[in-house]
Design a protein around this ligand. Structure first.
Ligand SMILES: CC(C)(COP(=O)(O)OP(=O)(O)OC[C@H]1O[C@@H](n2cnc3c(N)ncnc32)[C@H](O)[C@@H]1OP(=O)(O)O)[C@@H](O)C(=O)NCCC(=O)NCCS
Length: 170
């Protein structure tokens, strides 16, 4: 299902047909370093992740992480979307792109569209973001999107602290 379109991108629901692409994305060194190792070793693992993660979230909340593809050609280049976690009161925005599609403003464009969708269509007044303290590139992107650092949080007992960003107006 298509969720939104920007100048260059289409965001749509992920499905099990995205298993190969998600397997590649979740084994990218920057994903492993900054987001974490989710143990996705095969496309089959990715298929199970898609069912239990994003697809389950669409069913429960009506939103989730989306596939980001190029309008021209439909190539999947990354994911971007909104996440509701048990550990956080607010909905947070998440994004990750394949290395060969970074540095071209796609992440900014997808995230900007997602924030507008979250506010206007879903009526979310406060959207946050969580990021590992070492993930400088992601923090710069969040600042460019209008986020400011609010505080450090621990999502689960014993886990490393992450930085929680909020939009300047919320
Ligand atoms: C974070 C990530 C999505 C950024 O993607 P991207 O395609 O490079 O981002 P964009 O091209 O849209 O750049 C947007 C802004 O990010 C910042 N940025 C991107 N690459 C940067 C770099 N190499 N150095 C410094 N800043 C950078 C800049 O502020 C840039 O704005 P500018 O082009 O006006 O300078 C990408 O690096 C990624 O997928 N990383 C791995 C997964 C991850 O860490 N996700 C975030 C978890 S919180």
């Amino acid at each position: 299902m298509e969720v939104l379109r920007t100048d260059r991108l289409v965001l749509r629901w992920l499905d099990t047909g995205d298993a190969e692409f998600i397997h590649e994305l979740m084994n990218d060194p920057d994903w492993l370093r900054y987001i974490g190792d989710r143990g996705i070793r095969t496309p089959e693992d990715a298929r199970a992740y898609l069912q239990q993660g994003p697809m389950a979230m669409y069913a429960e909340h009506g939103f989730g992480l989306y596939r980001v593809e190029l309008r021209e050609g439909g190539t999947p280049i990354g994911i971007c979307g909104l996440i509701k976690r048990d550990a956080l009161e607010d909905v947070d925005i998440g994004f990750a792109f394949l290395p060969q599609f970074r540095g071209r403003g796609y992440a900014f464009e997808a995230a900007e569209g997602t924030l507008e969708f979250g506010r206007r269509t879903l009526g979310l007044s406060r959207i946050v973001a969580i990021v590992s303290p070492e993930n400088r590139v992601s923090m710069l992107l969040l600042e460019k999107l209008g986020f400011v650092m609010e505080r450090r949080v621990q999502l689960t007992p014993g886990a490393s602290e992450v930085c929680l960003f909020r939009t300047a107006s919320a």
